[in-house]
Design a protein around this ligand. Structure first.
Ligand code: COS
Length: 384
């Protein structure tokens, strides 16, 4: 297996520690309303705007286009912090950075970057990544949305499903069929929300991440100018999967944040159970589970950071990213479930974030590639 990471020590650089502290301060100041966003299924607009002001919406964009160019490792550090407080804000920022901005930066030409980045780096516009459809979730290449060339434009028809930030985004990256070949007949386009024929369809009612709107995006005879094609015709599927390698690092980091929050709740709970000398006195099974979950958190953080470093080095990290996501997302679910059971009634009565963490964790094993898809990617990578 290719592992180009040079491990000289296991510390973040002083710059990244400073960045982590800055993001932690942001979460403490701006994500206090996470429970309300969830209860009211309300988009965390103010929190996202505050993140934009701090430059958190441009970590994957080059400096020459107004970004901070901090890269994937920094994005992972940032997303663990944000998601430990509010996963709805976390996924909005993850998708904007890792699925949209990074894609535009890697695959668009200079003219296109100059057109869209000024709005995307400042957060004036939010981005959405539109791949899935009613009949193509895990089998992404089965997509049917079509873009037919007609002179200087394409005519796009189709419906995209389960689109994160769908109703709030201004710029959509849409994958559509420009030819019959299953894989090489797919192309990627930028489509703007205000264009004729673009509409936001059904909004999903969800178990968790309720502050993050997941909607359908419908295109009916949308006239897409030919200069909104990304790259060239036929490379859309590779763009989609290459981008998802980075996206999966975002979801792995989201999972780490959720797991960390659950483990912190357990620490508070177990820390109160002491003997007459003040030594830990919680039941041994509770301490064992707490110890295992905390150990896995550290292990999977390194798994995630390894993949991020590879991506920052320009090395393909499909296998490593899939390992990170499959392990971290399962950990988030285990940790949230255990926190709820350890806290007893307080785990489900909403008096603390445990039940929200449990609901928010579930999707991490589903979106940006379900766990079984990650296992498939890992096996294929190792057997290739
Ligand atoms: N980066 C660049 N290219 C990639 C790639 C990656 N990470 N992964 C695959 N490719 C290339 C392959 O090399 C292949 O190209 P060649 O034919 O030139 O060799 C092409 O893309 C097709 O790949 P593959 O044959 O593996 O495609 P499959 O249809 O078998 O699909 C899976 C593979 C299942 C892994 C893919 O459909 C997938 O990831 N599904 C989940 C989709 C998903 O995550 N959806 C969430 C959307 S956001 S909520």
């Amino acid at each position: 297996m290719t592992s180009a990471v040079q491990v000289s020590d296991f510390q973040l650089s002083p710059e990244l520690v400073e960045f982590q502290q800055k993001v932690r301060a942001y979460t403490q100041e701006h994500l206090k309303d996470a429970a309300r966003y969830d209860a009211e299924a309300r988009f965390p607009r103010e929190a996202v705007a505050a993140a934009a002001k701090l430059g958190l919406l441009c970590t994957t964009v080059a400096e020459e286009h107004g970004g901070s160019a901090m890269g994937n490792l920094a994005s992972c550090v940032m997303l663990e912090e944000i998601n430990s407080a509010c996963a709805a804000t976390g996924v909005t920022i993850s998708v904007h950075n890792s699925l949209v901005n990074s894609l535009l930066g890697k695959w668009c030409n200079e003219e296109q970057k100059k057109r869209w980045f000024p709005k995307m780096v400042t957060g004036e516009w939010l981005g959405a990544y539109c791949l899935s459809e009613a009949f193509s979730g895990s089998d992404a290449a089965a997509l049917r949305c079509e873009a037919k060339k007609n002179g200087d434009h394409y005519v796009m028809n189709g419906a995209k499903l389960w689109i994160t930030t769908g109703s709030e985004a201004d710029l959509f990256v849409i994958f559509a069929r420009t030819g019959e070949d299953r894989v090489n007949g797919i192309s990627a386009f930028v489509v703007e929300k205000t264009w004729d024929g673009v509409s936001v369809g059904k909004k999903e009612r969800k178990l968790g991440l309720r502050g993050s709107p997941t909607t359908e995006i419908v295109c009916e005879n949308v006239k897409v100018p030919a200069d909104c094609l990304i790259g060239e015709e036929g490379i859309g599927f590779k763009i989609a999967l290459d981008t998802l390698d980075g996206g999966r690092l975002g979801i792995a980091s989201q999972s780490l944040g959720i797991a960390r929050a659950a483990i912190d709740l357990m620490r508070d709970h177990l820390g109160k159970q002491v003997d007459h000398k003040g030594r830990p006195n919680a039941s041994q099974p509770d301490q064992w589970d707490f110890a295992d979950l905390a150990s896995d958190l550290d292990a999977y953080r390194f798994l995630t950071w390894r993949a991020a470093v590879l991506r920052d080095q320009g090395v393909r990290c499909s296998t490593e990213a899939a390992m990170a996501k499959s392990c971290a997302s399962r950990l988030a679910n285990r940790a949230a479930r255990r926190a709820v059971s350890m806290l007893g009634l307080a785990g489900v009565d909403g008096s603390n974030p445990a039940e929200r963490l449990l609901r928010d964790a579930r999707i991490t094993e589903i979106y940006e590639g379900a766990t079984d898809i990650q296992r498939l990617v890992i096996a294929r990578g190792l057997l290739a």
